[in-house]
Ligand binder design. Structure first.
Ligand SMILES: [Zn+2]
Ligand SMILES: [Zn+2]
Length: 238
């Protein structure tokens, strides 16, 4: 709370300026925001063959714990990457408003292309040591925001990250899968039998983290599990 208050005071003294064109008023102005293309989600998130709506294709679905993945935009757009970094590494929570505005058209489009069900929005949890160091979980802030946007229910503490995995950033695809294997367990509060779950993370690259978390939710009876990330990254962009 104090951090939010301090941020508001700082914004009064130093007004926000657009990270792309430096116009005053927001972290990204309306003109620059409208130039950021949103992801069409027309390809399988794993093999990139045609598979509209964010669903994994039939072949990839056989080895996936996720039903599909919703992506808002791409890490290849500088503004998207900068906003995610501001949230994640600098704790600038006011960028959530800008991310929400960027997400609106993509979310509308995705909601139309998918099953109309009430979803439970859950963040990819941080390990408690990482949470202590950072002071907040950026995925939890995003999950709460997306739950409001899509009229879902936000559940903060269904999953626990019980293995300290370290950063995925410098790992290959296979190393990432091994790194996050068995990283998550269900908390005693997890009650998702028969529910439609949306797992939220800031960035999805190989989907290894989302898959590992989704596996636990499946084991606990989730009916569907989707991933939702602000941006899709490739291994070379991180
Ligand atoms: Zn601008
Ligand atoms: Zn596929």
């Amino acid at each position: 709370m104090l951090a939010v208050f301090v941020e508001k005071i700082i914004n009064l003294v130093f007004p926000l300026t657009c990270i792309s064109c430096e116009r005053e008023g927001a972290w990204i102005c309306a003109d620059c925001r409208e130039r950021i293309p949103y992801a069409t989600n027309l390809l399988c998130p794993n093999c990139f063959t045609f598979s509209p709506g964010g669903y994994f294709c039939t072949d990839c679905r056989k080895k996936s714990s996720l039903d599909g993945l919703w992506i808002i935009s791409s890490y290849e757009y500088r503004a998207v990457k900068d906003l995610v970094h501001m949230l994640k590494y600098s704790g600038v929570t006011s960028v959530l408003d800008d991310i929400q505005r960027i997400a609106q058209p993509a979310l509308r489009h995705l909601a139309e292309a998918s099953e109309s069900v009430r979803r439970v929005f859950m963040p990819i949890p941080l390990h408690e040591k990482r949470l202590r160091d950072r002071g907040f979980n950026q995925s939890a802030l995003l999950a709460k925001m997306f739950a409001v946007c899509l009229n879902g229910r936000y559940v903060a503490d269904g999953l626990l990250r019980t293995k300290e995995t370290g950063s995925q950033a410098l790992l290959s695809k296979d190393e990432r899968i091994t790194n996050v294997q068995d990283a998550f367990t269900a908390s005693s509060a997890l009650a998702i039998s028969g529910k439609h779950v949306m797992l939220v993370d800031d960035v999805a690259t190989t989907c290894a983290t989302l898959q590992a978390a989704a596996r636990v939710l499946r084991q606990h009876g989730a009916r569907t599990v989707w991933g939702l990330a602000v941006a899709r990254g490739t291994l070379s962009q991180l």
